[in-house]
Design a protein around this ligand. Structure first.
Ligand code: FES
Length: 195
């Protein structure tokens, strides 16, 4: 059976960069972000060191799959030396491009890393008295996976038109499942608004 991943993905999966090691339990960080839910099998922790709003170092840890590991490893390399404003704008598509692609069924795995990154930057901004500086006001629809109305809109723009498409893009509803109707309603509204 052929290996479905690019050489870049293989490299980052077998030799992930900037993983938080056991002995670094007290890694001193300026921003800490966590997303996902261990009950759903995916959880991501991102720790950032930041000086003058520039990311100087990062550590991360996940219980995710090969694609989540490779995506976050790549992300942790990309953000070093980057201003937090630019890092905040990184999208899963940027990671997939850098990784030279991911199998379609694995695209959603690249979502956790950038969510944890934004959470870590938000944490840093809060600590420095600048809450919500970059935050576009978003409403959380799925509390287990931290999927917001903005995420649903992005998935819609990328072609998600039903529950399956939405799940594929965001992993929404893979915890308690209580968000399903709300998410479907949000999709229908988008259909009306955006067509
Ligand atoms: S709120 Fe639990 S899976 Fe969405």
């Amino acid at each position: 059976m052929d290996w479905l991943y690019s050489d870049v993905v293989k490299d980052h999966f077998t030799n992930p960069r900037n993983v938080l090691m056991e002995e670094e339990a007290n890694y001193p960080c300026d921003g800490r972000g966590q997303t996902g839910n261990i009950r759903c099998g995916d959880q991501m922790l991102m720790l950032l060191r930041i000086k003058d709003d520039v990311i100087t170092d990062a550590r991360w840890k996940t219980y995710g799959c090969a694609s989540a590991i490779a995506s976050t490893s790549m992300l942790s390399e990309m953000i070093k030396g980057m201003h937090i404003k630019d890092a905040y704008q990184i999208k899963p598509e940027d990671l997939v491009k850098k990784l030279e692609g991911l199998p379609d069924s694995k695209l959603h795995c690249s979502v956790l890393g950038d969510k944890a990154l934004r959470a870590a930057i938000d944490d840093y901004l809060e600590k420095t008295g600048r809450q919500n500086l970059y935050k576009v006001k978003a409403v959380e629809i799925c509390h287990c996976l931290g999927v917001t109305d903005k995420d649903i809109e992005a998935a819609f723009q990328n072609g998600a038109r039903d529950w399956n498409g939405l799940q594929k893009a965001t992993k929404i509803g893979t915890g308690c499942g209580e968000c399903k109707q709300k998410a479907i309603d949000a999709l229908h509204s988008l259909e009306h608004i955006l067509g």
